[in-house]
Write a protein that binds this ligand. Structure first.
Ligand SMILES: C[S@@+](CC[C@H](N)C(=O)[O-])C[C@H]1O[C@@H](n2cnc3c(N)ncnc32)[C@H](O)[C@@H]1O
Length: 273
């Protein structure tokens, strides 16, 4: 059994960067039960045998979906969003002119709450009413999480986590006992599957990048690789945000704080050698 779990752990790590150390091997049992059932496989050993034959396709996608942790909620940690509205937006080149297209990337968006929170924030800010255009790209490695983001339907429990109460009536519509983000906001967000471990082409540069609460799952070289990649996607004057337990300090000196507080970073003006 240990060999099976080691194999699965290695497969997940090599593809996604997510580390599942031995003390967390119980996660395979907990999370893969529905996958075994769906694919009519009696045990984890059988799943491993199938994946050894073909580490791609629907079974592999289901493995990755099951082993990613898609925990998120609206306006997560509150402070980065308050800072975005009050301190960051006015600093951005597009913010200063009030014109142009603001490009935002929610990398590792999970089920979409981060992207939609940003869309609500920009609506509250009046960005769109002032004639500014907004493009929000929301990406994740998990197809299942992305589908939920595209559906934009959240349970009562989910809309009670982090969302200001008055936004429910303003930005959601009831649907079969759940809540769906209204069309105007949905149209601001585009979802796409993207693995942060792979070279990323064709998405352009962004004024604001969220890459929050995903580096925590990776080892140091992977964190460094992703921080380098994000740097290439920052527009001049652009900023990015990490999670509360994440920092570029000690990993790269490509960045400096955009504002004091620890959530927002920008490209260092003169990168150190
Ligand atoms: C804990 S959630 C964070 C969601 C959101 N950013 C937040 O802070 O609330 C981590 C997300 O990272 C995604 N993820 C893990 N490895 C990834 C990779 N290599 N490329 C892209 N997304 C990845 C997972 O699928 C998961 O949805």
């Amino acid at each position: 059994m240990t060999a099976t779990l080691e194999y699965l752990s290695d497969l997940v790590r090599r593809y996604s960067g997510i580390q599942i150390p031995e003390e967390k091997f119980y996660l395979f049992d907990n999370r893969l039960h529905p996958v075994l059932k769906k694919h009519a496989l009696p045990a984890l050993e059988d799943l491993a045998v199938r994946l050894r034959g073909n580490p791609s396709g629907p079974l592999f996608s289901d493995l990755i979906d099951a082993m990613t942790t898609n925990e998120t909620y609206f306006f997560r940690d509150k402070k980065p969003f308050d800072e975005l509205a009050n301190a960051i937006l006015p600093l951005l080149p597009a913010g200063a002119t009030g014109a142009g297209t603001l490009r935002i990337w929610s990398a590792a968006c999970a089920t979409g709450q981060e992207a939609y929170s940003t869309a609500m924030l920009l609506s509250e800010d009046g960005w769109v009413d002032r004639g500014g255009r907004v493009e929000i790209l929301a990406t994740d490695i998990s197809g299942h999480a992305l589908q939920r983001g595209m559906d934009a339907v959240y349970s009562t429990h989910e809309v009670q986590r982090g969302l200001p109460a008055e936004y429910l009536g303003k930005y959601f519509e009831p649907i079969h006992g759940d809540w769906r983000i209204q069309a105007a906001l949905r149209q601001m967000v585009r979802f796409e599957k993207l693995n942060l471990l792979e070279p990323v082409f064709g998405i352009g540069r962004f004024d604001v990048i969220f890459c929050r609460n995903v580096l925590i799952y990776f080892d140091v070289p992977t964190k460094m690789q992703i921080l380098k990649q994000l740097h290439r996607h920052l527009a001049p004057g652009g900023v990015f945000s990490l999670g509360g337990a994440e920092t570029p300090i000690g990993l790269t000196d490509l960045y400096e704080p955009a504002i004091p507080g620890g959530f927002w970073w920008r490209a260092r003006s003169a990168p150190q050698a």
